[in-house]
Design a protein around this ligand. Structure first.
Ligand code: FES
Length: 159
């Protein structure tokens, strides 16, 4: 029976670094030194300080929000309603015509209220029209954003 001794002899190609011992098997050394090329990560912080338009009541167009019954909205008036995390001012400026606006004031984002036929902001007294959300007075810089209104089966849906 011949016992085959399998000796792994790797021939060292470089004889520059000679060690005193002629090791029987030369282990492959994994040189795991990866030189990290100077990666200078420059974090550029844009100092953009300014108006923070905090309009958090965006509605996913694919998920319309059933917000109110059409019969709840007075003719020539408006109501403030909430549903599914959305708060809106729903108005009926003229019979059968419905509009809906974001409840976030365009000045600094306070929640507006409805007083009679006017949308009012309690923070700095901006007022908005129920006709189209336009600014009627106060520091608000622009009209209230409008939602798309769909009336179906007596329900008002926003998208
Ligand atoms: S936040 Fe509405 S008027 Fe200032």
């Amino acid at each position: 029976m011949s016992h085959q001794s399998h000796s792994t002899h790797e021939s060292a190609s470089s004889s520059t670094a000679r060690r005193g011992t002629d090791g029987p098997t030369r282990r492959r050394t994994l040189a795991g030194f990866g030189l990290l090329a100077g990666s200078s990560v420059a974090v550029s912080a844009c100092g953009s300080g300014g108006d923070s338009s905090s309009d958090t009541s965006d509605i996913d167009p694919n998920n319309p929000v059933d917000i109110a019954a059409a019969s709840d909205v007075p003719e020539g008036g408006a109501i403030k309603v909430s549903s599914d995390g959305v708060t809106a001012v729903v108005a009926q400026p003229s019979p059968g015509q419905y509009k809906a606006y974001s409840s976030s004031c365009t000045h600094q984002g306070c929640s507006v209220t409805v007083q009679d036929t006017t949308i009012t902001c309690p923070c700095h007294s901006s007022t908005f029209s129920i006709q189209d959300g336009s600014v009627q007075g106060g520091p608000a810089p622009k009209p209230l954003p409008q939602y798309k209104v769909t009336v179906d089966g007596g329900r008002i849906t926003l998208s």
